[in-house]
Design a protein around this ligand. Structure first.
Ligand code: B12
Length: 302
């Protein structure tokens, strides 16, 4: 897997157009984690190197030197071409090239995770769904495409390391909803916006979401509704959860393509987000509020 690659300081230096001595200096200062070989040479793992590039705003001038730029005639900066390219890879089952291309798109800041999920990935998955409608073969393609994207989204998630002790968010999809992909995307979006996500995944009882939120001191709970198995029960569970969170002062956002089918009680005051970009927007708002909040010391009058 691409994420298992290691690099020498010289390889990284060439790829980002910096000097080898600068890269060694960043390694020695702990800005890029690296291991020493038995011969005393620095070896840098690819994912921490990519994290460094994204967080420091450095340009990845030559992604192909890191084995990242996939060979394609598509211009991956164009969302429609990217969607087409993603669909081709999902259909063919080439997960390695897919993850290279999408990681490159994120590291070179062609796109952000939320926009990537709402645009090219959602669109490519909708086309995979059409294959399912068209015939039996589509079923296996749909399952395989989901597994491929789960892996790729995990790799993207590894680009972001928000601190675990600051703003924590808890989420998942509710009991009776087996969808794993949307809630995993939500976790990655939150991580990319600096929140620390605890994703409980699919089929999570509402009570478990509440318990987790209490345990970790969550500031936000997200719920993704992508499949409705029992609208009445799922609607009641979510309405109750929303009320319980409101009583604790914990923000809550509901989303997902089937949310509109749930009867939520009139009193249930949760924010509804239509896509991952709205989730990202809320995360930025929470971070802004946190920055503007007087620190604990100031509030205590010290
Ligand atoms: C992958 C897939 C599956 C997978 C799900 C895998 C998994 N564990 O996640 C599997 C193979 C299991 C599956 C099963 C079924 N599926 Co299916 N599936 C799809 C497919 C191809 C892609 C869905 C997807 O992952 N999209 C990508 C995600 C990220 O997009 P999204 O869900 O729209 O989410 C976006 C927003 O809603 C929002 N969002 C989501 N969550 C949240 C949360 C928050 C907080 C916020 C703010 C926003 C937000 O942001 C996301 C990104 O923009 C769709 C096709 C399609 N058009 O979507 C069909 C589709 C959803 N499936 C469909 C059907 C019919 C089924 C089955 C009933 C088939 C069957 N007869 O067995 C079963 C469902 C039964 C069950 N118990 O699972 C139909 C649903 C039609 C309908 N509305 O009735 C679709 C539309 C296919 C079709 N064209 O008919 N499916």
């Amino acid at each position: 897997m691409i994420s298992e690659r290691t690099l020498s300081p010289r390889e990284l230096a060439r790829a980002i157009g910096a000097s080898e001595s600068s890269v060694k200096r960043w390694v020695d200062a702990g800005r890029i984690p690296a291991k020493l070989t038995s011969g005393g040479h620095r070896r840098i793992e690819l994912m921490p190197a990519l994290r460094f590039l994204r967080s420091s705003g450095r340009e990845l001038a030559h992604p192909h030197l890191l084995g990242l730029a996939p060979s394609t005639e598509h211009d991956l900066r164009d969302p429609e071409a990217l969607a087409e390219w993603v669909f081709d890879h999902l259909r063919e089952g080439s997960v390695e090239e897919l993850s290279q291309g999408l990681l490159t798109a994120l590291v070179t800041k062609i796109t952000e995770p939320a926009a990537l999920f709402d645009g090219p990935l959602r669109c490519a998955m909708a086309r995979v769904g059409q294959l399912w409608e068209a015939g039996r073969q589509g079923i296996y393609l749909e399952h395989r495409a989901t597994q491929m994207l789960l892996r790729v989204v995990d790799q993207m998630h590894a680009l972001f390391r928000p601190p675990a002790d600051e703003l924590v968010a808890v989420g998942g999809s509710i009991d009776g909803d087996p969808s794993a992909l949307p809630t995993r995307m939500a976790a990655t979006v939150l991580a990319s916006e600096g929140l620390y996500p605890v994703n409980l995944g699919s089929d999570t009882p509402a009570a478990a979401l509440l318990e987790a939120a209490d345990q970790v001191g969550a500031r936000l709970v997200w719920v993704s509704v992508s499949y409705v198995s029992d609208a009445l029960r799922q609607g009641e569970d979510i309405s109750r959860l929303v009320d319980q969170l409101a009583a604790r002062g914990i923000a809550c956002i509901l989303g997902g393509r089937e949310l509109h089918r749930l009867p939520l009680s009139a009193g249930a005051k949760a924010q509804v987000g239509h896509d991952m970009q709205e989730l990202a927007h809320l995360a930025r708002q929470i971070r802004r509020e946190e920055r503007e909040r007087p620190s604990k010391d100031t509030r205590a009058g010290r």
